[in-house]
Design a protein around this ligand. Sequence first.
Ligand code: ZN
Length: 323
Amino acid sequence: MPLRDIIGQDNAIRILKSMLGKEDINGAYLFSGPKGVGKRTAGVEFAKAINCAKLEPDACGECVSCSKIDSMNHPDLFIIQKEEESRFIKIDMIRDIIYQASLKPYEARKKIFIIAEAEDMNEESQNALLKILEEPRENQIFILTTSRVSGILPTVFSRCKAVKFNLLSQAGIQEILIGRKGFNEEEAVLFSHMALGSPGRAIAFKENDEISERDRMLNDFFFRKRAIFREEVCDERKYNDLDESLGMLLSWYRDLLVSKFTEDRDIFLNVDRIEEIFSYSARFSADKLERDISSVMKAINYLRRNVNPKMALFNMALELERQ
Ligand SMILES: [Zn+2]
């Protein structure tokens, strides 16, 4: 997929293509923007265009270089990211990059290093990397991506050309889900509404079966199909990702509140259960729904501060019960 086919990032893509057109490609780039909006994909496509045999401001997708990158088999493309179980990108990985950067490209015009979620480098790693960013070589390019610019040292930041990525429209996400990811229409409509601008999030929703997790949350805390306060209701182990599941519960209360003010179906998130949302709407005052929203938000904040999850859920259940 060449740069021109990337959906919903017109501004960023225009900047990249204009640099490619002027053959003004050197040093380091920082792709910043929310999670799951395609920064890393754009990084790979940019790398492809830089090294494409056709020498046009975009990748041809057919030459040897493009094919090798498509199959993630190019000896001059390095993609570094944090391992799942670690807190940081390991300093050894950065040392390896520094070593690789001291060697010439094997076959490409430019050796390309993509550091995904670069804020996962600790200070020591960023300072180590800074040394090579300060003395850029003609034949190498660094592409850092980040969803948290505040996690990048100002010294590193100042060495990079910044390219901003933004959230996508619901329609843009729907197009990606159907056209690129093989979602059926019904799934694509639902997940693109839930995704809040991030196709990556929509894909994760499906992969993690988060709709079932949402329904479990709703049964326990909203419909209260089980006697509330029983241990199994407040058992955090039932959820793969409690933070996300609570986020789904939050979206439900948000939709209920929205239903008090509009019937415009495009702005709802839980589009698969919209009839229920309208049927429950009148039972709650806006005031009560606002309090419920803050109760769920409180639980999310507790968890992020490492409060015992059972306590956080129990506390939330108590608050949601209140009239
Ligand atoms: Zn090519």
